[in-house]
Write a protein that binds this ligand. Structure first.
Ligand SMILES: Cc1cc2nc3c(=O)[nH]c(=O)nc-3n(C[C@H](O)[C@H](O)[C@H](O)COP(=O)(O)OP(=O)(O)OC[C@H]3O[C@@H](n4cnc5c(N)ncnc54)[C@H](O)[C@@H]3O)c2cc1C
Length: 406
């Protein structure tokens, strides 16, 4: 009997693990991918969807046809429970899927409801419904006092790395720069203020001094006001209020909501208090040897970033491959932050492992990172969820260290 490997959730981590397993195991295992959606959503494109620069379908990758092309199985259903003692996944229609190995990569839940007033007055770009709402609003009136920021996320106790007040501030950076560019292009910047708030002690809490030093003049030149240590309490029609009782006048609030784990994983007793999955450094669940977790759902994925999700999925997949083939091919997990912020005409790339004790902490701004982002987005989309070859990542890293690490 071939071992049965089940992947729950087909985002960055699910695709990353699927391609590694399919390539290395070929027909030595049965792979089943389960996702509640027919499409995998590439979230890095959402800010561009929100600004009307790209159509939503450029962010949607079909899952079923991609998986089936490799002669593996796709089930389009929502998972409602996992029974780890008997190696079973239960779907919402009560179908039971048995597994020998389980990789959980269902991402995090964006908890908009936790913010008082969000449903009436708040905007976001974290999923496609929100990105399209933003696009609609932008078409009519974007407002004169715009506030952008992340709500505080309360993490559980299972993270093995430093936790951050906000799950990921890259999208905040991208939205503020794209907004600045959009308003300048339409000759309306002079009548609009942009204020960014963070619940952290510092904006971009996950990178070091060098990146902050590089970003400061860019933020200043864009005339963006940044306020720190602000924990969002509620959004009203004309202002937002923080836990310290201060308020900011605002006629449009764009928010990254708190993240939490999904209820079905809490019900399955696989998570910490906040719903995230505790694993060891090989992404293996601390209590179940045949369960792995990669991506935003992993308690130690910090910040919640696609690049980290993919790296974790490679490690998890390599451990499963090693066990099945009895060959030691384990890929160690090396965390680093790699992201590119679209700034309209230009972009800024950030590469940093400062948060994990490393010494890389650099930026590259201009047209080159803008083309790199366009290149990555197109590669990921047209290859149906594949990452660029790992060698190109290594070359990029070396190139950046050489030209930016002065
Ligand atoms: C606006 C925005 C911009 C971003 N930009 C960048 C960027 O430029 N670079 C970067 O590296 N990161 C970026 N990120 C972060 C990145 O998108 C996430 O870290 C990444 O998507 C996490 O991947 P994942 O595979 O863990 O989860 P996801 O991509 O969230 O995928 C989870 C999958 O699981 C499925 N699923 C969930 N629950 C169930 C269930 N019960 N049953 C069945 N299926 C289920 C979902 O349908 C989904 O397909 C951005 C995030 C946002 C919100």
């Amino acid at each position: 009997m071939k071992p049965k490997i089940v992947i729950l959730g087909c985002g960055f981590a699910g695709f990353g693990a699927f391609y590694s397993l399919a390539k290395k195991l070929k027909d030595k295992a049965e792979l089943t991918v389960i996702d509640s959606s027919v499409f995998s959503l590439s979230k890095p494109i959402l800010p561009e969807v929100a600004f009307g620069e790209r159509a939503l379908n450029e962010a949607l990758i079909p899952i079923g046809s991609t998986i089936e092309k490799f002669n593996h199985k796709f089930i389009r259903k929502e998972v409602k429970l996992i029974k780890p003692q008997v190696n079973q996944v239960i779907l919402t229609d009560d179908t039971i899927v048995d597994y020998d190995y389980l990789l959980i990569s269902v991402g995090a839940v964006k908890d908009y409801d936790a913010i008082e007033g969000f449903n009436e007055y708040g905007y976001s770009i974290c999923d496609y419904t929100q990105a399209l709402r933003f696009l609609d609003r932008r078409a009519t009136s974007i407002g004169k006092k715009i506030v952008i920021g992340a709500a505080l996320t309360k993490w559980g106790s299972a993270s093995t790395v430093k936790t951050l007040a906000a799950p990921c501030e890259g999208p905040i950076g991208e939205i503020m720069f794209m907004l600045d560019y959009y308003l300048r292009k339409h000759n309306r910047r002079h009548e609009t203020s942009i204020t960014v708030f963070t619940p952290g002690k510092i904006f971009f809490e996950d990178v070091g001094e060098k990146v902050h030093k590089d970003m400061e003049p860019i933020i200043k030149k864009s005339n963006i006001n940044v306020v720190t240590n602000k924990v969002l309490k509620r959004i009203d029609k004309e202002y937002i209020e923080f836990e310290d009782s201060t308020k900011l006048e605002c006629d449009m609030a764009i928010i990254i909501p708190p993240y939490k784990g999904p209820q079905f994983l809490i019900d399955s007793n696989l998570t910490d208090e906040a719903g995230f999955i505790p694993t060891d450094k090989y992404m293996r669940h601390i209590n179940y040897g045949n369960i792995f977790a990669a991506g935003d759902i992993n308690a130690s994925s910090m910040p919640k970033l696609g690049h980290i999700a993919v790296r974790q999925s490679y490690t998890a997949a390599s451990v499963i491959i090693s066990e099945i083939t009895q060959k030691n091919v384990i890929v160690p997990f090396k965390p680093e932050i790699l992201c590119i912020m679209n700034r309209g005409e230009n972009a800024t790339l950030i590469l940093s492992d400062w948060m994990y004790g490393g010494n890389r902490d650099l930026t590259l701004s201009g047209k080159i990172p803008k083309f790199m982002k366009m290149g990555f987005d197109a590669y990921y989309f047209y290859s149906h969820g594949k990452m660029p070859p790992r060698l190109s990542e290594e070359y990029l890293s070396k190139f950046l260290e050489k030209c930016c690490n002065k």
